[in-house]
Design a protein around this ligand. Structure first.
Ligand SMILES: Nc1nc2c(ncn2[C@@H]2O[C@H](COP(=O)(O)OP(=O)(O)OP(=O)(O)O)[C@@H](O)[C@H]2O)c(=O)[nH]1
Length: 606
């Protein structure tokens, strides 16, 4: 086993697995590790590469991780395979692209029962941009509805990838997996031997470890790095000394050096993940080499307020956020004050899924009881005085009279779906102010649509609607396109005559009346009745556009148990107390978490 010695470049294969979500990427990664003996069966956890509990539960890979394994090929040689697992969701596209840059090849996993989907296409484009050799693998061949031939035709037609050597496999049963290992050896190029050149290593993942500080995963592109070396991060321009380095093979294996073509970890007393961002280049401290191309700072697309339910938990929330950002350089936070909710934080996320993950981690890992306000995107406002403001919080919007120009972010969204759902998906897109830029029949039964779509509309319950109207068959991918001027207004919600800043949102004028009407209706359903009457109103500026009344009532949860069983009564009261925890006392009215998110899902209100 070559865990202690550097591998010869011609015996190394660096590859990752790309796939649409749920097509079996993690299952295949596990199977490859198992078949190369990296893990004994008894050590096998549900999914080895998804290390965080949360990921295992949600079945989503959040952070790219890697594993080095040795493989005795049929030609009798032992190869070092570096498998880089990549995140599968649109929010993490940048990380996928960096992982691809670290590889010479990619296994393109396509579910034999589903075929090519939006993210399959997006990932193939990313691979092409990075000159990565793509090997098609048609997975889930064990399922009766698997249609290998149809999927091969689709891959040829829609992706222009030759499927002569496509491999039929089942990551679940292991069928076809040995062929994949041989194909990796024969079809993915070995790294170029640049061991004699000055050091350049690409960071494709980094995270904070309480004991070791920041751990970075790198692909050494040129030269060699040794323990004790002084290294510099090109973009953060900081110098560190390499304390430890090595390779990852489910566990870490220390080494003295890593050389060109290899993939491994470096620990260098880095304290902040922001100093070792994904995409940055590591070189020797005194070296003048150019940075590797493609560095980008992850861009936050949505923002939301996070407030502790109990005001005295502000400091612990701050600590929890500080710890989360140690590991996640794409999460940002800064203090925010809301008239209604008090002191909290305005946080920036890569996308809606990223936000959901942070919400769950705060609750689960840090035991925080928090209120999230509805997410918004970043608007650009030009004031009548000629100033340009970036607004990520409706509460910070200047008064309408001083707004000269209001612009919103627009994304380029690509959809793939069976033809029978075309009509409903198109009407949803029209309703969401989408502008069609392309429509293509990929085959007789599958269609691709391309739209310019305001991000503002995607924030409002778009993914769920798309899924439900297409019965799960439409898939989408999106990327930021540009800012466009738009007729936007701030929709305020008044509770008993007082505007509740945390419930305000920015909407397009054309659907502001409808949204306002539905929102107050929905709020009437989610805010529990109080001991007095509560008026719920929607307003644009000083104009009230909708009103609902929440009639007074004391909610007696025990009313139903007429049997008088005291333990049952207690249980119900405890339950009510539990339910109250996630309520925020705003003025004299108690408002539950649900109310702050009500705007996101108005489709069930009539
Ligand atoms: N029948 C069958 N099911 C499979 C096979 N491969 C994966 N699955 C199942 O498909 C589901 C998704 O598999 P994952 O490996 O989590 O998919 P993924 O692409 O890694 O998904 P993300 O990590 O969320 O991007 C799981 O329920 C797997 O058990 C297969 O070959 N046959």
């Amino acid at each position: 086993m070559s865990k202690t010695a550097n591998a010869e470049p011609n015996l190394i294969r660096n590859f990752c697995i790309i796939a649409h979500i749920d097509h079996g990427k993690s299952t295949l990664a596990d199977r490859l590790l198992e078949m190369t003996g990296a893990v004994a069966d008894r050590d096998k956890q549900a999914q080895i590469l998804d290390s965080m509990d949360l990921e295992r539960e949600r079945g989503i890979t959040i952070k790219a991780q890697t594993a080095t394994v040795d493989y005795l090929a049929k030609d009798g040689k032992i190869y070092t395979l570096n498998l880089i697992d990549t995140p599968g969701h649109v929010d993490f596209t940048y990380e996928v692209s960096r992982s691809l840059t670290a590889c010479e090849g990619a296994l393109l996993v396509v579910d034999a029962t589903q075929g090519v989907e939006a993210q399959t296409v997006a990932n193939v484009y990313l691979a092409a941009d990075n000159n990565v050799e793509v090997l098609p693998v048609i997975n889930k061949a064990d399922l009766p509805s698997a249609d290998y031939e149809r999927v091969c035709i689709q891959i040829e037609e829609e992706l222009a990838i030759d499927t002569t050597h496509a491999i039929k496999c089942s990551a679940k049963t292991g069928m076809g997996v040995p062929d994949i290992l041989e194909a990796i050896i024969h079809n993915i190029p070995a790294p170029v031997d640049t061991r004699e050149q000055p050091l350049r290593a690409l960071i494709f993942d980094s995270w904070f470890d309480t004991y070791q500080g920041v751990i970075v995963l790198v692909r050494v592109v040129d030269g060699q790095v040794k323990t004790g070396d002084q290294i510099k991060m090109k973009h953060s321009n900081k110098v560190f000394e390499v304390q430890k380095l090595g390779i990852m093979c489910v566990k870490a294996f220390p080494r003295d050096s890593l050389s060109a073509g290899e993939v491994g970890y470096i620990i260098a007393n880095v304290k902040d993940v922001k100093d070792s961002r994904v995409g940055d280049t590591i070189c020797h401290a005194n070296s003048e080499v150019d940075a590797l191309p493609g560095f980008k700072k992850a861009k936050q697309m949505v923002f939301a307020g996070i407030f502790p339910v109990e005001t005295n938990h502000y400091e612990s929330l701050k600590d929890a956020l500080a710890k989360l950002t140690l590991n996640d350089s794409s999460l940002s936070y800064e203090p925010e004050t809301s008239v209604a909710l008090g002191f909290g934080f305005r946080c920036g996320f890569l996308g809606l899924l990223h936000m959901e993950i942070i919400q769950e981690r705060l609750e689960r890992e840090y035991n925080m009881n928090v209120i999230f306000t509805a997410p918004t995107c970043v608007y650009i406002v030009e004031t009548t005085k000629g100033e340009e403001l970036k607004v990520d919080n409706p509460a910070n919007l200047p008064p309408p009279t001083s707004i000269a120009k209001f612009s919103e972010p627009v994304v380029k969204a690509t959809f793939h779906m069976p033809q029978e759902h075309l009509g409903t998906v198109m009407s949803l897109l029209v309703e969401r102010r989408g502008v069609q830029t392309k429509m293509e029949y990929l085959s007789q039964s599958r269609v691709m649509l391309q739209y310019e779509l305001p991000l503002n509309e995607m924030v409002f319950d778009f993914f769920d609607r798309l899924k439900s109207i297409s019965r799960g068959y439409a898939s989408m991918d999106y990327e930021f396109l540009c800012y466009k001027e738009s007729d936007l207004v701030k929709l305020d919600i008044l509770v008993n005559g007082e505007a509740l800043d945390a419930l305000s949102c920015i909407v397009h004028r054309s659907n502001s009346f409808e949204r306002g009407r539905l929102l107050v209706k929905k709020l009437r359903g989610v805010i529990p009745r109080q001991q007095f009457e509560v008026a719920l109103q929607a307003a644009i500026g000083s104009k009230i556009i909708a009103r609902e009344t929440l009639s007074a009532m004391r909610k007696d949860v025990t009313a139903k148990c007429y049997g008088g069983d005291i333990s049952r009564k207690r249980k119900l009261l405890d339950k009510q107390k539990e339910g109250k925890k996630r309520m925020k006392q705003v003025g004299s009215v108690e408002i539950p978490q649900e109310a702050f998110m009500a705007i996101l899902n108005l489709s069930d209100v009539e």
